[in-house]
Design a protein around this ligand. Sequence first.
Ligand SMILES: CC(=O)N[C@H]1[C@@H](OP(=O)(O)OP(=O)(O)OC[C@H]2O[C@@H](n3ccc(=O)[nH]c3=O)[C@H](O)[C@@H]2O)O[C@H](CO)[C@@H](O)[C@@H]1O
Ligand SMILES: C=C(OP(=O)(O)O)C(=O)O
Length: 419
Amino acid sequence: MASFIINGGYPLAGEVSISGAKNAALPILAASLMASGEQHIYDVPHLLDIQVMLEILNSIGVKTEHQNHHVSLDTTSLSSTTIPEHLMGKMRSSIFLIGPLLAKFGQVTLSRPGGCAIGERPIDLHLSGLRALGASISEDSGFIYCEAKQLQGGRIHLRYPSVGATENIMMAASLAKGTTRIINAAREPEISDLQRYLNQMGARISGAGTDTIYIEGVPKLSPTAYKVIPDRIITGTLLLAAAITRGEIALANVIPEHNEALLANMEACGIEIRTYRDIMTLKVNKPLKALDFIETDPYPGFPTDLQSLMMAFTATVEGTTVIKEKVFEGRFKHVDELNRMGSRITIDLNRAFVRGVPKLSGARVEAPDLRAGAALVLAGLYATDTTIVSGVHHIDRGYEHLEGMLQGIGARIKRIHDE
Ligand SMILES: CC(=O)N[C@H]1[C@@H](OP(=O)(O)OP(=O)(O)OC[C@H]2O[C@@H](n3ccc(=O)[nH]c3=O)[C@H](O)[C@@H]2O)O[C@H](CO)[C@@H](O)[C@@H]1O
Ligand SMILES: C=C(OP(=O)(O)O)C(=O)O
């Protein structure tokens, strides 16, 4: 088990190039199973979740190699459609295997996915979507058995624009017979990236990025080479890290439109952000003011994945900011830990009242999940004296060598391995 030791109080300054997006790479790696042959996926970050996805692919016979952000994989020796239970339980994204395997091989056996404890996270929308395409699905003693000789296109109205369910249905419908329409689809940039990748393999999908996606099934998909989009959540993390330390940074390899909601809120606090093509710069050159209200929502709303980080930042800005978490019911686990560092945050159901304080103090805190852990790191960068953040394995799920990235722009942070 690892911890971060952070000596705070130093403004960050410098340049960072943003890596590929975990949430785009994970469904793409699962979708690669739908083509037989050798494939190349570029800009795939070296993260725990990606490692687990590759372990899953290996466990069913796929050969993979991950070097310098390049995954090469060969699906010709795929020999099983049963995903081992211990790997399913390691992360939420293991559920991405269900759509591709069912569509390509007509059957799949798996169990419920695991992942960070940020809410209940059911998979009913994934399963009902696949049933609407003709799959027969049963559950027994924790295992999920799915079968369909040939999926058939259908009309699927999602009760909620779930990112994962939209992606699973898109992948499965690519090889279904006939046309599928997903209504109230999620609109996240990672869904548009998956559409681009699948279309490059020969799928016929349109509408990603809007609330209605059309998929005309094709009989076969072919191997391809593809580069995933930059990670908008890492972009946001670095912007907020620079802002909380009142620093100045430049980010390269970003897609500014993917962070509109964050940029609008940061600018409203008084932060100067400039964008030019795939470059973004941030400077804090005047006193900051609190925001009245932020609520998380599906894209293009404010992302739930940046809520904890935004909270850490607003905890240091004079005035009161109200933050409402509307996507996951268990995503305020950072609050007690931030308060141990001197912040003044109270919770009423899904709203947090964040009263900005001029000073946070270093403390021993524990990362309860991925983004909550990253928020504690940001608080540590601002705090006077030393902060120790344990539970770094949660952070490693979504950030490649976070400490190295932050050290490169002046942060005093190091990783230690506990006994
Ligand atoms: C790998 C990946 O891309 N992860 C992202 C994805 O997760 P994920 O795809 O799991 O998130 P969803 O959009 O599915 O979840 C949103 C809401 O829908 C609910 N729900 C979801 C599925 C379902 O079958 N039934 C149901 O009720 C969830 O409990 C949650 O309250 O989108 C989330 C919301 O932007 C992000 O926080 C995650 O980082
Ligand atoms: C919640 C997240 O990821 P996942 O859906 O993979 O758990 C996240 O990236 O913040």
